[in-house]
Design a protein around this ligand. Structure first.
Ligand code: LLP
Length: 387
């Protein structure tokens, strides 16, 4: 499979914009569904934070996935896109009261709880609404994910989750409360993980040990949620348009010692949508520096903040030119020196007006866009509406 770029239609659109090849998205979703079926007793919740574009969400929900939400706004977006309430999980260290009430009112599957004070507030609000809330505890497994420091979450010093040492006490606290029901354990060690064995096997071992510990106390866990984190190939997107879902899901399922009747949950975000998306931009100017030349785009860190925030690398392609290769620093128009997409990039000779694609931008691109410098938020177009 290759990515389709409808260039003639691109010429008619105002840049910058996000473009999503829905054939790539559908192939990815199909792969996920096949592996989910093969495993049985498995649920996949798409992490809405990766991309909440209302044109993409209904496609994702149509494959029977659930949703992983981290705000009331995401719960609303998920429901509007057809994700069933009973397949929505709600995570986050700081759930506001109105967000908890929204989740209770809509009857979401479960709250992934990150602290005792939060558990108590959920119990109290559920009581006032005459409901019982399903809760899973997010346990911090103290497993290191070998990824960028800003996106690892499973280490002991992170703000996320409940420590393993406190796990039993928290479960005991839940059993004392009338309006919450303990339904599972939740984990998430980080994002953009490519060393599957190195990072996910220690997580599986840790979960197995915790399950043994709970079993001795006759505590039953109905659901094990291993979070998200599967990485994508930012260097060669075209060779790996569909990430390694089969290997990843199989590896986790085969190393976890699931008890009978237990359901395994995954929460992938990036791996579902990254490769189908590209940020499409026009070259405004080619500027000669002393020792280098700059390709100045009409897209900047306001549309795609990942390079500036995490020094993330996205492949850059010139969709217009077939000229000889030259080296460019590819930069945006924002008044910040970190507004650089990449330095020393070899591109076919760049001229004003060329269309540039910044690849693998479907995840944490549009959803993290900002209006800094009074810029308009980017539009997002899907393949179907352009051909
Ligand atoms: N579940 C939980 C509890 C999470 O915190 C996350 C992501 C996911 C699932 C989805 O993880 P994924 O499959 O996408 O790795 N903005 C950053 C990534 C932040 C990830 C936050 N949590 C980036 O652009 O790289």
């Amino acid at each position: 499979m290759t990515t389709t770029f409808p260039l003639e239609q691109f010429q008619l659109l105002r840049t910058p914009f996000y473009y999503y090849d829905t054939q790539v998205l559908r192939a990815t979703l199909q792969t996920i569904c096949e592996e989910k079926e093969a495993l049985g007793n498995c649920e996949v919740h798409y992490a809405i934070k990766a991309n909440a574009n209302p044109k993409l969400l209904p496609i994702i929900s149509s494959y029977g996935l659930g949703a992983d939400c981290v705000s009331g706004g995401e719960i609303e977006a998920a429901l509007n896109a057809g994700f069933p309430a009973n397949k929505i999980v709600f995570a986050g260290v700081g759930k506001a009261d109105w967000e908890i009430c929204l989740g209770l009112d809509k009857g979401i599957f479960c709250f992934n709880v990150e602290s005792v004070p939060e558990l108590e507030v959920i119990n109290e609000l559920a009581g006032t609404m005459g409901k019982v809330a399903n809760v899973a505890f997010r346990i911090n497994p103290d497993v290191e994910a070998h990824t960028h420091a800003h996106i690892t979450t499973g280490l002991a010093e992170n703000k996320f989750g409940i420590s393993m040492a406190d796990m039993e006490a928290v479960i005991a606290r839940a059993s004392d409360l009338e309006n919450v029901r303990f339904v599972g354990l939740h984990f998430h060690i980080g994002s953009q993980i490519l060393d599957l064995e190195d990072d996910f096997l220690p997580l599986c071992e840790r979960i197995n040990a915790l399950q043994d510990q709970l079993e001795q106390r006759r505590i039953v866990v109905e659901n094990i949620n291993v979070g998200g984190g599967l990485g994508v190939d930012y260097e060669q997107p075209e060779s790996h348009l569909v990430p390694e879902f089969k290997r990843y899901m199989h590896l986790v399922a085969s190393h976890l010692k699931l008890r009978s009747g237990q359901t395994l949950h995954f929460e992938p975000g990036r791996s579902v949508v990254a490769q189908c998306g590209a940020l499409i931009s026009r070259v405004l100017y080619v500027k000669q520096g002393t020792d280098k030349q700059f390709a100045i785009l009409d897209a900047g860190m306001t549309e795609l903040i990942r390079p500036a925030l995490y020094q993330a690398h996205h492949k850059i392609e010139n969709l217009t030119s077939k000229g000889d290769l030259e080296k460019y620093d590819v930069v945006g128009p924002i008044c910040e020196s970190s507004d650089v997409f990449d330095k020393g990039v070899c591109l076919p000779k760049v001229s004003r007006g060329d269309l540039i694609a910044i690849r693998s931008a479907g995840a944490y691109g549009e959803s993290m866009a900002s209006g800094y410098n009074c810029r308009a938020l980017p539009e997002g177009y899907i393949l179907e509406e352009l051909i």
